[in-house]
Design a protein around this ligand. Structure first.
Ligand code: PAF
Length: 281
């Protein structure tokens, strides 16, 4: 695996590959990899002749009181995991390379990022779409793979790709879960054993909403209520939001027969976790 730290070198690597007729899949990450990332990478391997990834803990997507400084990092461990896939080239820039002095251009998807996490993390999605747009311009992939766990992020990036005419295809990949149902996340590393047990409430809440949906319930408030009940009955879990919305627009009202996504953000102890489920899938 080649490790590249400079945008010009990464662009040259990808240009040369494209000239040889190769296709390039790309999995952007903030590191501290888990099976969810590896699943995206394996899917990328199947799609294209070359697989690239990036490792960059992006400061602009963290709020001033969020966990940027303590976000878990393990560069050598991540590289070892990427080599098992294998990844052909890793782009791992320094923060000052991505945001040199004088940087002042932002990419913002305005409507899809208003609700859900966007309402609680001002500036977060602007940071995500800006860095992802930069990474697309640097890595020049044909395919980019994103997990559905960050569902609003996925929708915002899909919108950005259409709106800004990026010449690539976004491949969504279903959330990878631990055997007991907890969605995989680098932030699960923050949980104590007791919090880890309580965190299961998020998946249980989504399954409660899904069971109600499968029994015929289509009223979104009722679906939210079913999920809320599970979370509220778990001590140590503090709900930030529970929302059942149109899975395309992330808004209400829903047009009849449109897929519904139930999205949850909750604190388990000091750790903020998110999860979601497309009902009836
Ligand atoms: O999902 C993530 O890990 C990050 O938001 C991403 C897409 C790598 C951008 O920093």
């Amino acid at each position: 695996m080649e490790i590249i730290t400079k945008p010009k070198e990464m662009q040259a690597w990808s240009e040369a590959a494209r000239c040889r007729g190769e296709t390039i899949a790309f999995v952007p990450t903030m590191g501290f990899l888990h099976e969810g990332h590896l699943t995206l990478m394996r899917e990328g391997r199947k799609r294209a002749s070359l697989l690239t990834s990036s490792l960059f803990v992006n400061p602009t997507q963290f709020g001033p009181n969020e966990d940027f400084a303590r976000y878990p990092r393990n560069f050598d461990g991540d590289c070892a995991m990427m080599r098992t896939v294998p990844v052909d080239a890793l782009f791992a820039p320094a923060p000052e390379t991505m945001y040199p002095p004088g940087s002042q251009t932002w990419v913002e998807v305005t409507e899809l990022t208003q609700g859900l996490c966007g309402a609680h993390r001002p500036g977060h999605f602007r940071g995500v779409t800006t860095v992802v747009a930069k990474l697309f311009n640097i890595v020049k992939p044909h395919y980019a793979l994103f997990g559905e766990k960050d569902f609003q992020q996925l929708r915002a990036i899909q919108r950005m790709v259409v709106d800004l005419n990026f010449d690539l295809e976004i491949i969504p990949v279903q959330t990878v879960r631990e055997p007991d149902g907890l969605a995989m996340s680098s932030r699960n590393a923050y949980l104590s054993p007791d919090e880890r047990r309580k965190a299961l409430a998020l998946n249980c809440a989504l399954r409660a909403a899904d069971a109600l949906y499968r029994s015929g319930q289509r009223n979104v408030e009722e679906l939210e209520r079913a999920a809320r009940q599970v979370l509220e009955s778990t001590p140590g879990v503090a709900i930030q939001y529970v929302s059942a919305v149109d899975a395309e627009t992330l808004e209400r009202p829903l047009a009849p027969e449109r897929p519904i996504v139930v999205a949850i953000a909750a604190h388990v102890g000091a750790t903020r976790l998110i999860d979601n489920m497309i009902l009836g899938r």
